[in-house]
Design a protein around this ligand. Structure first.
Ligand SMILES: [Zn+2]
Ligand SMILES: [Zn+2]
Length: 254
């Protein structure tokens, strides 16, 4: 079984010159990949890239929560019903970049959690410096959610344990390979292998040795190699387990 990229933004303008080539190379090297929206236009653009072995997640990022009104909610529900959609997101709270007021972030977050529960879809969570509110909100929904991915995990090992206890998956991106990311590696150490996912968040956070460059989905292999070593398993065993985890949480059968 080959690796997958559980979270990338291939619809980003950073790929406007060579999107199809990047997608083709990534599909040559990966089993499948998931393209994530962060507002309505980017969710629509993610859906436009859906094809064999390419899936979409549609949602509104906390950056854009202030604009999330009833009309957007209705439009998002329509996008969520389209073929190829495997989750709602990315949604959540970002108190580091407080581009929308916290109250608006929490409202958009709750509305999308309710939508995911109603549609029976899992969720992709963006959480930055906001665990004090993210955790209790997610706990409230945890028994009704089909699945929950803590994407680009950036909190502590103790936080990772709390989210794992709720039944969630913890997804690590390329920043886990950075020299100073020991706290993040601690979080990966305490995450059970059967709850661990790997992603790029491309075009952001390219792993070593591509740090600072535009990230591409197939770069996930470098993050996977780092994590496999951390977990003390072969890359083959790591890949088989994390790809199976991702397939289970997204409901993707290959
Ligand atoms: Zn994010
Ligand atoms: Zn993202």
């Amino acid at each position: 079984m080959r690796l997958v990229d559980t979270h990338c933004h291939l619809q980003s303008e950073r790929y406007s010159e060579d999107r199809e080539a990047v997608l083709e190379e990534s599909l040559n090297r990966l089993e499948w990949l998931v393209i994530i929206g962060d507002d309505l236009p980017s969710s629509e653009a993610a859906l436009a890239l859906v094809r064999h072995r390419v899936y979409a997640v549609v949602g509104v990022h906390p950056y854009y929560a202030a604009a999330f009104d009833a009309a957007q909610e209705e439009a998002l529900a329509a996008l969520a019903a389209r073929p190829g959609v495997v989750a709602i997101g990315e949604m959540g709270l970002d108190y580091f970049n407080e581009y929308s007021p916290r109250a608006a972030q929490q409202t958009a977050f709750r509305r999308q959690l309710e939508m995911a529960c109603a549609l029976g879809l899992p969720v992709a969570i963006h959480n930055r410096d906001a665990d004090a509110d993210t955790y209790p909100i997610l706990k409230e929904f945890s028994t009704s959610l089909k699945g929950c991915i803590m994407h680009c995990f950036g909190s502590t090992a103790a936080d990772a344990e709390r989210y794992v206890e709720l039944g969630f998956h913890i997804s690590f991106a390329g920043n886990v390979t950075f020299p100073k990311a020991e706290a993040l590696r601690d979080a990966a150490r305490v995450t059970p292998l059967d709850r661990l996912l790997v992603e790029t968040d491309a075009p952001f956070l390219a792993p070593i040795p591509f740090r600072g460059k535009r990230c591409e989905p197939h770069h996930v292999a470098h993050t996977a190699a780092c994590l496999a070593e951390l977990k003390g398993v072969t890359l083959e065993a790591f890949t088989a387990q994390t790809t199976a985890n991702a397939a289970a949480v997204y409901g993707i059968a290959h």
